[in-house]
Design a binder for this molecule. Structure first.
Ligand code: GLN
Length: 481
């Protein structure tokens, strides 16, 4: 099947006239139709996809200049705004919200003739890591539909893994591109903080989150970054990457590079299969000429607690706008005084968002801030210092992406603390602003295991070179669809 190709293979084939964009999009839509009932990776499908594809083909046939994507169908997490399209954040609160403008990443992808095939499912407002907290029902893991696909960008990872698009965009606040990438055996990156504009990404915890591509290959990730990364006047936290070419020199190798194993992430919380796979990945990198050592990051033990305290605080403030006066849904005000109206309107938030809102009101409040929020900020600073120190000794840090393999749908949903701990390995990159990537490495007992690599801030290009080296030394089975 054509749709099983990588994004770069697609571009070559359409460029050379092996097939048309329309043929490819039709095949993709048929495939989506066949699998969506089980997988549910999309909240909505672009009804004009075929029309869009025809426009691209016309451009190609008439010899007009065509953008780098050549109409490649891309999935977009439904918390990223596409003008005149619904952007629901998988919440009933934004069920009817139509975005009035394009996110910067969307403008840039449009400029390169990417085709948006649909909006991907997620945990409501990106809070979660299984996609079970979507108000529109969970996504399922294509490797085994009884298991969670990870989250919160679960739909984006499922769609890529199940050939329902060539690449997708997710967002990563505490692991949300890397976790589902690991669970679905695809590549997911959380770039350096500031590398990709957040303009048009609906904020959850904006001081630490980034948009990131999810793809089937490391080269495809580099290709997408070439279009979407770099400074943006609409987001003044963005950094100038001087139009870095992430694809160029990707096959540089890692000869002579130093890699640190994060000790805390190979300990008791991690399953034996996951630790074994990580050790295997480490020896493969060693064979490629890397030098390995252990790294001790003590603050990692407190990182999940700090992460949830900080993100709840930011969420409490970011989501305050959903009061049904500024954003919300049609609900009459008669019979309510101001506060009770807002409380009533917020009943549209699901259980996880409600939990975070309550927590987010409490932890930074007068009398408690010192005990919770400020303490969390201290952990964040200590962790950053430790990671900066580590990068004086090594070029890369390695760990499992997630301490465990995918678990069954429903297995942990009643136990928020157990769920939070699944983020143990991913939140450090967010709290410290460093880039991190999950590379698919192994399938054990029919379920995937991903390896996480982390690099110094702004060394995304080097991170991709290392990820590519690992990928080239890995052989994976095809997803059993
Ligand atoms: N699981 C984490 C949370 O619920 C991460 C989510 C994310 O990265 N968006 O906050």
């Amino acid at each position: 099947m054509r749709i099983k190709q990588s994004l770069l293979e697609y571009v070559d084939n359409v460029k050379n006239g092996t097939y048309t964009c329309e043929d490819f999009v039709l095949e993709t839509l048929e495939h989506i139709e066949k699998h969506e009932e089980v997988l549910h990776s999309y909240i909505s499908i672009n009804q004009k996809a075929i029309e869009d594809a025809k426009k691209i083909d016309k451009k190609i046939q008439s010899g007009e200049k065509v953008g780098a994507f050549y109409g490649a169908p891309i999935g977009i997490k439904d918390n990223i705004c596409i003008k005149n399209s619904k952007t629901t954040c998988a919440s009933r609160m934004l069920e009817d919200f139509v975005a009035p403008y394009d996110a910067t990443v969307i403008t840039r992808l449009k400029g390169q003739d990417a085709l948006f095939i649909g909006k991907n499912n997620l945990d409501e407002f990106a809070m979660g890591l299984t996609t079970e907290f979507s108000a529109y029902g969970p996504s399922r893991n294509p490797w085994n539909p009884d298991y969670v696909p990870g989250g919160s960008s679960g739909g984006s990872a499922v769609a890529v893994s199940a050939f329902e698009c060539l690449a997708s965009l997710g967002s990563d606040t505490g692991g949300s591109t890397r976790n589902p990438a690991s669970f679905c055996s695809v590549v997911g990156i959380k770039p350096s903080y500031g590398l990709i504009s957040r303009y048009g990404l609906i904020s959850y915890a904006n001081s630490i989150e980034q948009i990131g591509p999810i793809t089937r290959t490391v080269k495809d990730t580099a290709f997408v970054l070439n279009t979407i990364a770099g400074i943006d006047e609409n987001d003044n936290t963005t950094i100038d990457n001087h139009n870095d070419d992430y694809l160029g020199e990707i096959d540089q190798g890692i000869e002579g590079k130093k890699i640190g194993i994060i000790k805390q992430m190979m300990g008791e919380g991690a399953s034996k299969d996951v630790v074994d796979a990580t050790n295997e990945a480490i020896s493969k990198l060693e064979k490629q000429g890397a030098q390995i050592q252990d790294i001790n990051l003590e603050a990692v033990d407190y990182s999940v607690a700090a992460y949830y305290t900080i993100t709840a605080t930011e969420a409490g403030s970011n989501l305050a706008r959903y009061d049904n006066l500024r954003y919300g849904y049609d609900f009459p005000v008669e019979g309510y005084e101001f506060n009770s109206y807002i409380s009533r309107a917020r009943k549209r938030f699901g259980p996880e968002v409600t939990r975070r809102m309550i927590l987010g009101g409490f932890v930074p409040s007068a009398g408690y801030a010192g005990k919770y929020f400020l303490k969390a900020m201290k952990v964040k600073n200590k962790l950053t210092r430790e990671v900066n120190e580590a990068f004086k000794k090594v070029d890369l840090l390695i760990s499992p992406t997630v301490p465990v393999q995918p678990f069954k749908i429903g297995e942990k949903i009643e136990d928020p603390i157990a769920l939070f701990l699944v983020d143990f390995n991913t939140v450090t990159a967010n709290l410290t602003g460093k880039p991190a990537i999950s590379v698919p490495f192994k399938v054990t007992n029919g379920l995937p295991i991903g390896i996480q690599l982390m690099a110094e801030h702004n060394k995304d290009k080097f991170l991709l070179q290392a990820a590519y080296t690992l990928e080239q030394n890995t052989k994976l089975p095809e997803v059993p669809l």
